[in-house]
Each structure stands twice: as C-alpha cells, then as structure tokens.
Design a protein around this ligand. Structure first.
Ligand code: TYD
Ligand code: MG
Length: 423
C-alpha cells in the first residue's frame, strides 16, 4: 500500500471543459495525411511507425541505464541536422546536468549545435520555456523528475507524474509539438512509473534487453500512428546505439556440439520473423514444490503447458524443476512459441538433443492440440533462408506451395511431436 495525497484544488486545465463544444459529423471532419519526421535511425523509425508526428506524445520507458537518453540524443542530432527542413528542439533534462549530456554527445561525436538544453524540473518553468520558443520536438528526461508547483505531493508520485504528463500533452497538442516523455520502469513494480501514463500518450515504446548483452530492443506497446508490437533492434557500442537491420539470426547461440534442451523457433515480431533459441533445463526437484521459472516467456503459460504435456503426451514434470529461457534477452509473448518451449522441455527431460537444423513453432491448446499461428509462410521462408532444413509446424500452417530446401513435418497434437523430436 502506498499513501497518495488527494489534491483538493482543481487544476487549471479543467476550466476549458466548461465551454460548450459544437458537434460535427465524422465524415465532415477534415483529414490530412500525417507528416512523419524521420529520425534517420531506421530501427527507431520502424517502431515509431515512420517517425515523429507533430502533436504526438511518445512515452519511452525502460530500466535505468538501458539507453533511453542515448537513443534520443542520437535521434535529435540527426533531425536537427537535416538540411531540407529546420527543426527546433529542446532537451529538458532533470536527471543529468547539461555538462554530462554535452560530454556524452561529444564522446559519441554527434553534431548538437542545434539542440537547446534546459536543466529544469519545474513544470511551470518548462511550459513557459516551451511557449516562448515554440519548438518542434521536446524531450522530457525524465517525467518522474518533473513536478508541478500546483500540487503538494512529492515529485515522482503518481499524482505528480500523471498531472505533469497531462499538462505536457495538452501543450503538445496545442502547439503541434512532438513530445517525448522518458520514464523509468521502477524496480518495485511500476507504480509511479510509465504504466500510469500509457492511456494519456499516443505512442508507448519500451526498451528491453538483457543488461549483460549488448543488444537492446525497443518495442511499440501502443501506437496511434503505426503498428504495434513492432520491434527495433540495436547494439550498444562505445559509439552509442547502432541499429541492427537484419536481426533474424541474432538470438541463436551457436553450439559447437549438440546439446539437449535447446530448440529453435521462429517468432513474428511486428512485420519481421525472428529466429530465437529457446532453452530448457529439466532437473529432479528437491523439496515439495518443484520450481517453474521462465525468462523472456510467460511464467503462468509454462505451468499450463507442462500440464498439457503431462495429460496429452504422458510426460510428467511434477517432480522436476523446469527452467526455460529465451536466448538474448528477447521477450516473447505470442503463444506461437508454445510448441518450441515444450520441445525444449521434452529434449532436456529425455536428455535427447533436437536436430539443430530444425525449427519448431505452433500454439498448444489445453486439449493437446497444436493450433496454427499467424504468418506461418513467412516464418518458414525466413528459416529456410537461414539454412534450416526441417520444420515441425501446425498442420493448418501447411503451405500450398512447397518451400525450397526445407522439409515440413505437420502435426495435429502433442503426442505426434514426441516421435519427431530427434537428433
Ligand atoms: P543511458 O542512455 O544514459 O540510459 P538511460 O537514459 O536509459 O538511463 O545509457 C547509459 C548506459 O549506456 C551506460 O550504462 C553506458 C552505456 N553506454 C555505452 O555503452 N555506450 C555509449 O556510447 C553510451 C552513450 C552509453
Ligand atoms: Mg537517462
């Protein structure tokens, strides 16, 4: 439980609501094509749905130190240097000093002569600076440090974060500014974190990635100007974030010898298929309750899949600890990974490696049936392109045309998979 002070004063912005509004028929509303200002970083543009939109509010969330400030300063540097159009940018920093940001930009060898920096955390002062300079793009790094004098609660509290974001959104819409709010995902859940803002903003982007690996992913969780679940892939280098434009083979660990408990699957991230290695470790449990742990995959789904595996394929894991991991820190939420998870589990349980040139995908239902997945063809083509020669897939995903160099094994249910998982 955390205490929140309820504000008694009605904030100014509600005053506007008392004016009456006129009704308009939807088909009479004038529309125009939305112009998108490209950031020049193609992977970032991909998750943004093309680029920055005037009046669009973007929330960029992620763990501290994952690279939010880095990607933004890189993108701002590019858009302010575009010779075809001028772009006025303000970077509001409440976390790092101007010197720190300047030093980073210098180290990254970025041209930042057209980026104005404002070290300020007072909302009213930020708003008046924006109103005075009328920039095209504003970055607030981070929204959790900003506070409004009109509220009595502490900076970073839910009330402050929400109210400041609402005020900044209003300013963005009013002046047609692209507003980028940086938000830290807090360790203790996400109480005052970016989650409370998701409904206010137009676009929600989350950084993900294993801190120990150099790869960083940005995922669009919501986008009013483009597709969701689009994934941008970057590598953190000493010269900042570099885009990885062809990441499909990134999440495979290349074993020198065959190991059990490893299974390659093809997941569809936005418009791109990605090959990911799923690893499982099944080992005799000590104690009463066996452990179930998954990294990058849903934990509850693992328990459900193991129950289906017992019931429909006769493999009992109730006395086994089961650990599952998606290699490379990628997060997979789509059920198409189910069959690969269970195949890795079976492989580890039986200590029997799966042929490393096999890809496996499919959703598993509670009745043990293997259900089709979206865009099966594209997944198979990508696997074939990367040199995979066998694919175990749902029967309903069976192609009408043959795909070259890959042998397809269609399955209807879990028990059929058992005989196909072989070295
Ligand atoms: P940063 O963008 O400051 O993170 P955030 O704003 O999300 O908190 O990124 C900081 C991390 O990135 C820091 O741990 C160092 C690393 N980094 C590099 O490895 N190379 C670089 O060129 C830069 C700028 C940062
Ligand atoms: Mg930062």
């Amino acid at each position: 439980m955390s205490e929140e002070v309820v504000e008694s004063k009605t904030p100014k912005r509600y005053a506007a609501l008392t004016q009456s509004s006129s009704l308009q028929k939807l088909n009479e509303v004038e529309t125009q094509d939305i112009y998108k200002r490209q950031t020049g970083i193609s992977e970032f543009d991909r998750v943004l749905g093309g680029g920055f939109v005037a009046g669009g509010v973007i929330l960029l969330g992620g763990d501290p130190g994952i690279g939010k400030s880095t990607i933004l300063i890189q993108a701002l540097s590019v858009i302010t240097q575009q010779p075809s159009e001028s772009c006025n940018v303000i970077y509001v920093s409440g976390e790092e000093s101007s010197q720190q940001i300047a030093m980073r930009a210098r180290r990254l060898e970025l041209e930042v002569s057209d980026i104005s920096i404002l070290s300020e955390i007072n909302l009213e002062k930020i708003v008046s600076a924006i109103e005075k300079h009328k920039p095209n793009v504003v970055v607030i790094d981070s929204i959790q440090t900003v506070y409004s004098e009109e509220l009595t609660s502490a900076p970073g509290s839910v009330t402050q974060v929400r109210e400041c974001a609402a005020q900044l959104t209003r300013i963005a819409k009013q002046y047609g500014i692209t507003m980028i709010l940086v938000g830290h995902v807090t360790k203790e859940g996400t109480l005052a974190g970016p989650r409370v803002l998701e409904h206010i903003v137009d676009t929600v982007l989350y950084f993900e990635g294993d801190p120990s690996s150099s790869f960083r992913m940005i995922r669009a969780a919501k986008n009013r100007f483009g597709a969701v679940n689009e994934l941008g892939v970057f590598a953190m280098t000493e010269k900042g974030l570099k885009e990885v434009t062809n990441p499909s083979a990134l999440f495979l660990s290349h074993h020198s010898e065959r190991v059990s408990g490893s299974c390659i699957t093809v997941t569809q991230e936005g418009t791109r298929p990605l090959l990911v290695e799923i690893q499982a470790l099944v080992d005799g449990a000590h104690g009463n309750s066996p452990k179930r742990l998954s990294v990058g995959l849903e934990n509850n789904r693992l328990a459900l899949l193991l129950a289906a595996l017992h019931k429909h394929a006769g493999i009992a894991c109730f006395d086994q600890d089961v650990f599952v991991n998606a290699v490379g820190g990628v997060k997979i939420s789509e059920p198409a990974v189910d069959l690969a998870v269970l195949s890795a589990v079976i492989s580890s349980f039986k200590n029997q490696p799966i042929d490393p040139k096999t890809v496996i995908f499919g959703e598993v239902g509670l009745a043990g049936e293997v259900r089709p997945v979206q865009r099966g063809q594209e997944r198979l083509k990508e696997a074939a392109k990367l040199g995979f020669t066998r694919a175990i897939i749902p029967r309903a995903n069976l192609a009408k045309q043959k795909i070259n160099h890959i042998e397809i094994f269609p399955v209807d249910n879990l028990s059929q998979v058992l005989s196909l998982i072989r070295d």
